[in-house]
Design a protein around this ligand. Sequence first.
Ligand SMILES: [Ca+2]
Length: 398
Amino acid sequence: MHKRRVLYRLGQAVPNGGQGYFPQDIRRLYNFPSDLDGSGQTIGLLEFSSGYSLRDARQFWHQHGVPIPSVTFISVDGTPNDRGRSPDDEEASLDLQWAGALAPGSRLVVYEANAGDTYDSFAAAMLRSLNYVLQDTQNRPSVLSISYGDGEVSFSPAMLQQWAQAVAALDAQGVTVCVAAGDQGAYGLHDLSGPPVPHADTPASLPQVIAVGGTSLQPDGTETVWNNGSPDAGGATGGGFSAVFSKPPYQQGVPGAWRGLPDVACNADPLLGYQIVFQDQLAVVGGTSVACPVFAAVVALANQRRAQLGLPPLSGLAARLYDGSLATALRDITQGDNSFNGVPGYSAGPGWDPCSGWGSFDAARLIDLLSQDPQLPPSPAAPPRPPHPHHPRPRHRW
Ligand SMILES: [Ca+2]
């Protein structure tokens, strides 16, 4: 229910004769810089499955010439790693394999927690995991990838506020929290029999996360909003407006009175999906589930570059995406919409839109810009002033 539906289309995907995109394709199409590999950084992956198979991951990395990253399993609540035997483990597997493929020098820390069978137990497990990472001074990730969630209506507003507080605390500590924006279009619920009105996905709707939406990325680089048309055919990117969180100050320039999402987007179309190895088999997966760790890898590389320059890890990236300073690194998506399951969605257009955010990215350019802290705009030249005729007023001290 709270899990992202991961879509398998082995043999039906377009890239590489049905085998899906390989790491080298995604590095090329999004222009990942060749001189960064995430060294010195830790990527945290929040998982609510039962574990993953390191053997599958190593096989995938080996197959694509990726140096084998270091992987650490952390059980937030005592849940053991079942080593990838459960079908639910595909989520942890793809997160691990793709974050590792794009930032192989980083340490990958999988934070695993048991989410139980209800929305309440999932919500509690999410909060427990966020707070665990907040306290985890030993591993200190600089970015977290979360590919779980559901419509806001599935959770109490009080719980969402607690998640938001934990995320804000993480962000303030230099942990950028990336969240998949959902795979059910503007409709936004895993349960397809819910009321046919728009729902925003959460935790993607939390104000300080980076909500990562989905696109369809063709092998020639053209990109549109991901929408396979119907639930049977696949999915469509989440996106819309929160009904819980009002518009954060940094979204001043976007329409509406509520937090709009996603913030960015990248390939999520299962028909143009990503290859993984799962339970010893090659598979092709799609969904914002994969878009999220791809963007998390970009953040890890940016933090590596920042560390090289003596800068702290990114903080406040959500606001930074809206201040205009990254515009030349973002690839605007202008075609498509996220109408889904009978609910009219939002259309892409020039600039930010509630189905692709600011669009995808040129990773090398984005990392360059994120390695320069924004310069304050030059103040207009002050007119010459006559010498002050009287004593300046004392400043009040409080
Ligand atoms: Ca756009």
